[in-house]
Design a protein around this ligand. Structure first.
Ligand code: CP3
Length: 349
């Protein structure tokens, strides 16, 4: 049984630095493309046997120390009542965008056991098939990052509608965030009950704010999610680690660290030793290789791996990862080499 990743999450000593890769299942793998040729992305997410199969592909191919449930942060948004489509080249499209009380009123807080049953089924299949080989990570979008897609109706460059709602109609924003926050809490509780051994909250877009706006409009809700998960877990006498990933977190670390997470995911725009200094050396960190470094010759990748491992030494624990998701054009052989390098250069005996 490989529990190196879970030990690192808890800040315990490990024989080597565990590694997994955000978006490790996906288009850069031929095995994934083969399945995607036959089914569209949403069908793949909603077919437990197939979702489990693509979750395991990177475990076999890369030798990473954790599996992450194959799904998407927008799956629960569809269950809340929005129409969701993934268009080739354009990405996700959600309708109608939530910009007034009427569209908000039509959204509900889903019952995950019923409305997202396929996710729980996928988790159960995965626990059986992984059989202790590596732990399984469940996940959700963090409330704010989910809200951006719901308010914009898809991806965005400047988040105009989102920021306008926040700054001009804070009550409407708060009402929307309350619904999303409840959804995230119930969704993650169900994933843990189904067998997820750690959970990650993806706050990809939280870095678009000043620290004070981040604190008021983003952090408040994530903290509530983590508080609820922690007290629910305490009542059940379980302790599943919570990882909080924030994109462009450099300006936000002093605030971020009060979220109450077990592990903080750091993007590549800041040196890891600097992030650790500002989060506190009692912190467990995850990250933070630039995803584009995987396009370099392997000896150049190796220099960067060594540099990150050295900078991580001041932390209570380190889980190696990229600073954001692996890009679809990435050569798979470089990802395989990366995992080997992290293991080799961090091994203590
Ligand atoms: O990490 C994994 O391997 C697990 C699966 C996973 C996916 N999306 C699969 C996916 C996870 C954890 C996510 C999270 C996710 N989804 C985030 C947060 C992390 C991040 O990358 O910032 C966000 C913002 C999304 C929303 C999303 N999903 C967008 C904007 C897109 C379109 C852009 C793109 O990469 O295609 C997706 C689609 C998506 N999610 C794909 C995959 C494998 C590609 C779908 C395909 O096969 O065509």
């Amino acid at each position: 049984m490989n529990d190196t990743f879970l030990k690192a999450c808890r800040g315990e000593n490990t024989d080597y630095t565990p590694v997994w890769i955000m978006r490790q299942a996906g288009r850069y793998l031929k095995q994934y493309q083969k399945i995607r040729k036959k089914v569209d992305f949403l069908t793949l997410c909603k077919t437990p046997e197939l979702a489990a199969e693509v979750t395991i592909q990177p475990i076999d191919a890369l030798g990473v120390d954790a599996a992450i449930l194959f799904s998407d942060i927008l799956i629960p948004v569809e269950a809340m009542g929005m129409d969701l489509k993934f268009l080739e080249k354009k990405g996700p499209v959600l309708n109608p965008p939530i910009r007034d009380r009427d569209s908000l009123k039509r959204l509900s807080v889903p019952n995950p056991e019923r409305d997202l049953n396929f996710v729980m089924e996928t988790i159960k299949i995965l626990r059986r098939e992984l059989d202790g080989r590596v732990p399984l990570i469940g996940f959700s979008g963090a409330p704010f990052t989910m809200a951006t897609y719901m308010i914009e109706g898809g991806s965005s460059k400047n988040f105009l509608h989102t920021k306008r709602m926040i700054f001009q109609s804070p009550d409407l924003y708060k009402a929307l965030m309350d619904k999303i926050t409840k959804t995230v809490i119930e969704y993650l509780k169900s994933q843990i009950s189904a067998g997820a051994q750690a959970v990650q909250l993806f706050d990809t877009w939280a870095g678009i704010f000043s620290p004070s706006d981040y604190k008021e409009y983003v952090l408040l809700y994530v903290t509530h999610v983590i508080d609820e998960l922690k007290s629910w877990q305490a009542s059940k006498k379980i302790a599943v680690p919570v990882i909080y990933f924030v994109g462009e977190c450099g300006g936000l670390l002093e605030h971020m660290k009060s979220a109450g997470a077990d592990v903080y995911g750091i993007d590549w725009r800041i040196n890891l030793d600097d992030a650790i200094k500002r989060l506190g050396t009692r912190t467990v960190v995850q990250g933070n290789l630039d995803p584009v470094a995987l396009f370099l010759p392997q000896e150049k990748i190796e220099l960067r791996v060594k540099d990150i491992l050295k900078r991580a030494k001041s932390a209570k624990g380190h889980i190696f990862n990229l600073g954001h998701g692996v890009l679809p054009e990435t050569p798979p052989e470089n990802v395989i080499a990366l995992v080997e390098m992290v293991h080799a250069h961090s091994r203590k005996r």
